[in-house]
Design a protein. Structure first.
Length: 365
């Protein structure tokens, strides 16, 4: 999974990036306007991978991982600059929008005052404008193609583009549009920004983490995103979490307890992203490797096979599946026992993979 850490200038993106990755990139009180993007890969904490590794004692243990990208801030009304950011993060699976909630005279706010709701509206507008530009450009391309007398590559696409355009003109992000799977496919190549799952991180001061003020801002933001909860909203103190990420385990536990933080942001955010993006994990096990694979909820066995290798997908025969709980529970961590007790299921290509399925793919190429 690839997650873009985005937001307005100086909202604390790099601070949050450091908190999430444990990488110590320099943060500055002035706006960053150039430079290289920051990237970091983090292992997804999963107790099941640990338990399966205890059982198999494999040569290699591979949890799934999340890649974070942090780049320049989004600027109100500067489509050219924003395009640079969008281009870099357009293939990410979700956006983490870092919104400034902390007051600090020393840190310039690009819109001159700390106002999370205003920042969110501004940011969403820039995403929408960016997507409008993509739709317009694509419509032109299709039109030119038609003039040349060429057949459209996908007749469905133009219809979907019109639908998208209507939503965008009504200032609605595309994630609110209900598109069928085919419709989504028709425009996927455009890699819209406002269609991506959105996680809003309100970056507040340490003493505001549990304050009434923060709770009421969170409520307001949730209200903005409406009943359908098209975004997940959470408060975090980027600065504190960054310090936490730099501590060794022992100090960290003590510190977290003092602050009343039950789960560091690093773990919490990954979990929330998984839930919000709709990812689940399946496992492959053996003496060589125990590995977790992330996949979109509702994916079938054939898709899961393709995650591992195109050969396995191409030569798919069947999937031998057993639920994690069944395996470590009733089957006592033994495949033979699982088979004897009828806990192993033989599934075909269209089987919907379940979270925690341990899968052995049978294939022939
Ligand atoms: N007081 C306070 N300052 C913070 C907090 N989070 C970040 N900062 C400060 O705000 C400034 C900007 O933080 P960055 O993490 O660099 O923000 P950014 O969004 O990456 O900024 P650009 O990349 O320039 O757009 C730095 O001086 C940080 O130390 C916070 O929770 N409280
Ligand atoms: Mg930065």
């Amino acid at each position: 999974m690839k997650i873009a850490i985005t937001g307005l200038v100086n909202s604390g993106k790099t601070t949050v990036f450091n908190a999430l990755t444990g990488i110590g990139v320099e943060t500055t009180a002035y706006a960053t306007t150039s430079g290289e993007p920051h990237m970091g890969v983090v292992k997804v904490p999963d107790a099941r991978v640990e338990k399966l590794s205890e059982i198999y004692n494999p040569k290699k243990k591979t949890p799934s991982s999340v890649q974070y990208i942090d780049y320049l801030g989004i600027t109100k009304g500067d489509q050219k600059q924003n395009r640079k950011v969008f281009e870099l993060v357009k293939d990410s699976d979700a956006l983490v929008h870092v919104v400034r909630g902390f007051a600090d005279e020393a840190v310039v706010h690009p819109l001159e005052r700390v106002d999370p709701l205003n920042d969110i509206n501004t940011f969403e507008t820039e995403l929408i404008l960016g997507d409008m530009e993509l739709v317009e450009r694509r419509m032109k391309g299709i039109e030119q193609n038609r003039k040349k007398g060429n057949k459209p590559t996908n007749p469905e696409e133009e219809k979907v583009l019109k639908k998208c355009n209507e939503a965008l003109e009504a200032e609605k992000p595309l994630r609110l549009l209900e598109l069928t799977e085919d419709e989504q496919k028709a425009v996927r190549h455009l890699q819209f920004m406002s269609i991506k799952p959105m996680i809003v991180v309100l970056n507040v001061a340490e003493n505001d983490l549990a304050s009434d003020k923060t709770a009421s801002i969170i409520k307001e933001i949730e209200g903005l995103y409406g009943e359908g909860a098209s975004a997940t909203v959470l408060a975090m103190s980027g600065k504190v979490e960054m310090e936490i990420a730099e501590m060794d385990a022992e100090d960290r536990d003590m510190f977290l307890e003092d602050l009343g933080i039950t789960e560091p942001a690093l773990d919490r955010l990954i979990r929330i992203c998984y839930e919000h993006v709709g990812l689940i994990s399946f496992f492959t096990v053996g003496e060589d490797e125990v590995k977790a694979w992330a996949i979109i909820k509702g994916s079938d066995a054939l898709t899961a096979a393709g995650k591992i290798h195109s050969d396995i997908q191409r030569g798919f025969i069947r999937a031998e599946c057993i639920g994690y709980e069944d395996f470590v529970g009733e089957a006592e961590g033994k495949m033979a026992t699982a088979k004897d007790k009828g806990l192993m299921r033989l599934e075909g290509k269209t089987h919907k993979v379940k979270d925690g399925d341990i899968i052995n793919f049978r294939f022939n190429v």
